[in-house]
Design a protein around this ligand. Sequence first.
Ligand code: BG6
Length: 279
Amino acid sequence: MKLSTHVFQRTSDQGMPIISVDNPVASLELSLFGGHVLSFMPKRDNRQRLWLSPKAVMDGSKPIRGGIPLCWPWFGQASQADLPAHGLVRNQMWQVIRVDDDVDETRLQLQPKQCSGPGFVHSAELTLELLIGHQLSVSLITRNTGQQAFTFGGALHSYFRVSDIGKVKITGLQGPYQDKVQNTLMDTSPSPYCIAAETDRIHLTQSADISIVDAECATQLHNQGHDSLVVWNPWQEKSAHMADMPANGYQQMLCIEAAITQGLELAPGQSHTLKQVIA
Ligand code: BG6
């Protein structure tokens, strides 16, 4: 089904609606389950920026491993044990509410079917806005549509494709971080910043510009509206125990997430944009 000149909708083999964008400068695929970007490739270099697990479960029975999972209205474990990690929206269907084609950019807006549920009973509106051009801009916009303030969190949990994790350097991250593997607070980030073991770190920083420097190329990230940048790689042992990840999958991926981990209060009528631009 054609939604516009450059935007199509199809049904995957597993029965999930998939949106494909193919414009003169870039291509992108998104699953309406989770409002989940699966791939992004600018045509100037035809290099896939995102990593999608070959073992990802794509039938809507669990969140998709890889791409850009949307975590909202909380990041990480919920306050109650019976609630899902990373919030309520990566597990539900989204719908396209707007499509615009421009000469070298396509704009898509989507919303989840529901913005409240167990663990978050507030009046909120959540919109995902994607600008697909020479770069991909991903904005998660939270609006308080109720009469009372609420506190929320979340993340753009992007999985980036790397050629070899052993050769990757991250630039632009300095200062202290919470190490979730060692359960300690570290004073300074490594320099150079390489990944050589299981890594799960919350950098409490509003630093905007980060580069993932790979063997022969670099992926540039510009982040906005976050209180933290999260760096995650499960490494060998954990990958081997994850049903939706190949044992060696950790070698080709690195998550750098623009996140709100500290809770952000939003007054009635206010909105907030959490954004990551991928170039
Ligand atoms: C990261 C967390 O953001 O997501 C990790 O910091 C977590 O602790 C990872 O393991 C993956 O989470 P999930 O729920 O998608 O397996």
